[in-house]
Design a protein. Sequence first.
Length: 199
Amino acid sequence: MNKLLTILLSSALVISPAYAIEKDEITPVIHEPLKMEFERPSVDDFEPVTNIGSCKLVIAPVVDARPNRETLGSKGSKPLFSKEVDTWTNTGLASLKEYGYAVIDANNLDDSTFIVEPQVYRLYSWAVQGFRIYGAMAMDVKITAPNGMVLHKKYRGTGSTNNGWNGDGEYVQAMNAAFNIVLQRIADDIKPFCENSSI
């Protein structure tokens, strides 16, 4: 009996290292994070706001309030993710100057400045039947006028792009399309708020 136990133990010692090596070699595939680059829409889809006077905006750093901050949707069975969401969102909001607003640094804030406080609570992208890629974004935006009036509103946008090669950049393009819809709606809403607020 003791001889049989010794043989079994010896066999286990021989097999265990081999099993450990094989187990270590099976590692999960780590996918590269998305490179988030904000892009303005084409000229045909871009509508600057006119006659906004001297409406100055200070945009606070975005708050990432997404329930799932780990992923941005999926590409087939591959999860999409990025560490650049905050920078991408802040860059997009700064582009409100392209709509005609004076976007200034917080250090230059004065008694005539509107303060914009944004929160992102949805952002993701997905492909539909391999032909088109969609992006969705939702933001909660609070704008405080110099006189204390507050505009607090939720914005949602959905955009899409052709799925040419199912590349990561196309998923970012779809999210850009959604973001630019949100930006246009924010820009349009700020104008009457500026006009109705005594500066």
